[in-house]
Design a protein around this ligand. Structure first.
Ligand SMILES: Cc1cc2nc3c(=O)[nH]c(=O)nc-3n(C[C@H](O)[C@H](O)[C@H](O)COP(=O)(O)O)c2cc1C
Length: 370
């Protein structure tokens, strides 16, 4: 890879000079030489495109799922079943199961049929999986969000039986207990992943926050525990304080492309180093964002905020943009692109770690202190 290309990517990759790809640079406006192959593999599954709809409101709505599929989405991750819902459902299941049916909520004859009128939580989720499978041509990934191993194994099995092609475990945890150290948090998470991975016959992806003390090592341990993929990263919704009511208020702000840098860095660091697929989520808004993440080493890129902002059709805009960009630079497949600017392939691997810290600060400061 040329220095100019690396520099162009560092500058944002969208400069006027088209960076050279593996083939010849084709001046824009000329007919493409060969169709661009956008297919990729994620969690051992074949996807027609690396553009995936991450868990969010659209993936829980059938009309939006249709629109996402029509726009060419590679796969969808359904909104999460939350641990709190599972606890609630367990109580409901207990209540309903006292009406003479099979007391085992996993038993096919005793569980779903007796809860037909119960249209919330886990039961409705199983229907969503089945419906989504009828609509979406690519893989349908179910999601569970929580931190304790509680009913996860049982529910994960149900999700797989309902037809989920894979399960994403969102370990959304704020390590706020001063008595619980990092090692314990890691061990609990590894046990959870191991137990779910062993119990279900479908691949498991783990959606992580970036807040682990030694992420590269932990990522490797997660793969050893059975994670087929890592989803980088979970986006915490930080609470705010309402100064009128002096109460803590939830605060959801959609992301922007600037937030791409964190998954970009970690995809680049982990690519080729961990035996698991990599999905990048947070800050994927434009086709250039998708390309940067693929170059860094992501197998798929996921979007929610951009889809909420522009609608499900935005998938087609991203797809067209990626195709045109690749075509103009002579790339014929995502395989050629993936990892071409990862830490293992760039001339200056330290650029993804600390080494450019001083240079960045100095350069920025010099624009003020002349
Ligand atoms: C309204 C909304 C609902 C979401 N629901 C879920 C969810 O149920 N499970 C989950 O794992 N992530 C959920 N997310 C997080 C997204 O899947 C995604 O990881 C995050 O928004 C970062 O990607 P983005 O920058 O494309 O928005 C949600 C995000 C938004 C904005």
């Amino acid at each position: 890879m040329s220095d100019r290309f690396a520099q162009s990517m560092a500058d944002g990759g969208d400069g006027e000079d088209a960076p050279p790809g593996p083939g010849h640079v084709i001046p824009s406006g000329l007919a493409p030489t060969a169709p661009v192959d956008l297919s990729t593999r994620y969690l051992g599954l074949e996807l027609a495109s690396p553009i995936v709809a991450s868990a969010g409101p659209f993936t829980g709505d059938l009309a939006s799922l249709k629109a996402l599929d029509a726009a060419g989405v590679g796969a969808v991750v359904l909104p999460s079943l939350f641990e709190e819902q599972l606890v609630h459902d367990d109580e409901q299941v207990e209540r309903f199961s006292t009406y003479g049916s099979d007391a085992n909520p996993e038993a096919p004859s005793g569980y779903v049929p007796n809860l037909d009128h119960y249209n919330e939580g886990a039961v409705r989720y199983l229907k969503l999986i089945r419906d989504a499978q009828q609509i979406v041509r690519g893989p349908v990934i179910a999601s569970i969000n929580g931190v304790t191993s509680g009913g996860w194994v049982r529910y994960a099995k149900l999700l797989a039986e309902a037809g989920a092609d894979a399960i994403e475990l969102n370990v959304y945890r704020v390590a706020a207990d001063a008595e619980v150290g990092g090692r314990q948090v890691e061990q609990e998470t590894l046990r959870l992943v191991e137990s779910v991975a062993q119990a279900t016959g479908v691949p498991i992806a783990v959606k992580l926050s970036p807040h682990w003390s030694a992420l590269a090592s932990f990522a490797t341990q997660l793969a050893d525990a059975g994670a087929a993929g890592l989803v980088l990263f979970n986006r915490f919704y930080q609470p705010d304080i309402n100064l009128e009511t002096l109460s803590v208020a939830p605060h959801l702000v959609l992301s922007n492309s600037d937030e791409l840098r964190l998954p970009l860095r970690w995809c680049a660091i982990l690519h080729g180093r961990v035996d698991a697929s990599l999905a990048a989520t947070t800050g994927v808004h434009t086709h250039l964002d998708v390309i940067k993440l693929l170059l860094a080493g992501a197998d798929v890129t996921m979007s929610t905020s951009a889809l909420l902002r522009h609608g499900p059709d935005h998938v087609a805009t991203l797809t067209d943009g990626v195709t045109e960009w690749m075509d103009a630079r002579g790339y014929s497949s995502v395989d050629e692109l993936r990892g071409a600017v990862s830490q293992r392939t760039v001339r200056d691997p330290a650029a993804f770690e600390r080494a450019n810290y001083l240079e960045t600060l100095t350069k920025y400061a010099s624009t003020f202190l002349r």
